[in-house]
Design a protein around this ligand. Structure first.
Ligand code: ADP
Length: 363
């Protein structure tokens, strides 16, 4: 399977830089997601790979082949857009067959291949329905079928589910995962929705507002080990605190102003962490234990007052104000616990956390 490689790619629109010196390798045969806020340049990267735009600087490779100057229709790349732009006056068969018929493929061959891709997207029963008779999700599947019938090496998906409602989107995500693992085509999926990216991706890249790629990794690596506060805050929810590193007798310590000194784990790879240096601590709300009672022997804890309680169904969110004025979010699973204490507004609570769950980030 061929990797897609962007080498030092820059893109300006009317002199305004959108991408500056972006280098990125998209592993062949994988489901790859590009996640970032709106306007970060995700679609621009997709359009560059698809050949709808040319880079201002840099090169794009598919495997060993430099495809930078190869026209769109000669690239083995196909695209599914958010607006799926089907031909409304044609039925499902005609929409899916269109690309093959204009290329003069024999009608028996067309028939066979249309059947096959409609089966892949679960629409074989709808083959002679008109587009207007289909739901939004079915129409998006027709668009997918139309894109994969040419057996592209790469399928580019630009927010393909944005127009669908939540339930349908969740179902389509699972179907896309299945489709990708059957076809083994490289899928490049652009979204601003972290849930979608975490759900589908084998590998994902996080882009910031400036069009820089902050981190590439598996969903788990990105969520559990974000490399920057941007990634920690953009993917999931987190609490960020500021601290100063100190050398402790029993390992590493961090001092947080007005709260005290706490134990943290410093991975050897984070060579930038120095005694006396300022760091950010990222601690996910679900990694914190909230209790009214004091548990002996737990060194990492904060005392605070409950300022808000939000019931989310599966979990409850507590906003707790610490002595230093900072609000910490805590998510607690709503399991049936026999001896679970009832926590109320204005209650004084302890927040317990473990050093392994804190990620130290560069300020
Ligand atoms: P995203 O997909 O992350 O939302 P885009 O790649 O669509 O971001 O856009 C990145 C930036 O480039 C935005 O500021 C957008 O306004 C600008 N941009 C995108 N396409 C064009 C274009 N054809 N002409 C001028 N500016 C553009």
């Amino acid at each position: 399977m061929k990797n897609i490689v962007l080498k030092n790619v820059s893109k300006n629109y009317n002199g305004e830089p959108v991408l500056e010196d972006v280098s990125l390798t998209i592993p062949g045969g994988q489901f790859f997601a590009l996640l970032g806020p709106s306007g970060s340049g995700k679609t621009t990267i997709l359009r560059l790979i698809g050949g709808f735009e040319t880079p201002s600087e840099g090169d794009i490779y598919l495997g060993d082949e430099n495809i930078t100057d190869i026209p769109t229709n000669e690239r083995k790349v196909n695209t599914v857009f958010q607006q799926y732009a089907l031909f409304p006056h044609m039925n499902v068969f005609e929409n899916v067959a269109y690309g093959l018929s204009i290329r003069g493929v024999a009608s028996e061959e067309i028939e066979k291949r249309v059947q096959k891709v409609l089966h892949a997207v679960g629409l074989e029963k709808f083959i002679y329905k008109s587009i207007g008779q289909l739901s939004g999700g079915q129409q998006q599947r027709v668009a997918l079928a139309r894109a994969i019938i040419n057996e592209p090496e790469v399928l580019l998906l630009d927010e393909p589910l944005a127009a669908l409602d939540l339930k349908l989107r969740e179902r389509m995500l699972i179907e896309l995962i299945e489709l990708q693992s059957t076809l083994k085509t490289t899928f490049v999926y652009v979204t601003h929705d972290q849930f979608e990216a975490l759900t589908v991706a084998d590998t994902m890249a996080i882009m910031n507002e400036d069009g820089d790629i902050e981190q590439i990794g598996t969903p788990k690596e990105i969520y559990e080990f974000p490399v920057s506060s941007f990634v920690a805050k953009f993917v999931g929810t987190t609490n960020i605190l500021e601290g100063t590193m100190q050398k402790g007798a029993h390992g590493s310590l961090v001092e947080i102003k007005d709260l005290g000194t706490f134990e943290v784990a410093v991975p050897a790879s984070k060579t930038w962490i120095k005694d006396g240096g300022r760091v950010l601590l990222s601690l996910r709300p679900e990694k914190i234990e909230i209790r009214k009672s004091l548990i002996e022997g737990f060194s990492n804890k904060w005392l605070g007052i409950v300022e808000a309680i939000v019931y989310h169904g599966r979990s409850t969110q507590y906003n707790v104000r610490l002595k230093n004025g900072q609000i910490i979010q805590v998510f607690e699973q709503n399991e049936e616990h026999f001896e679970r204490e009832v926590i109320d507004y204005d209650d004084q609570v302890y927040l317990y956390w473990q050093k392994e769950n804190v990620v130290l980030l560069d300020r």
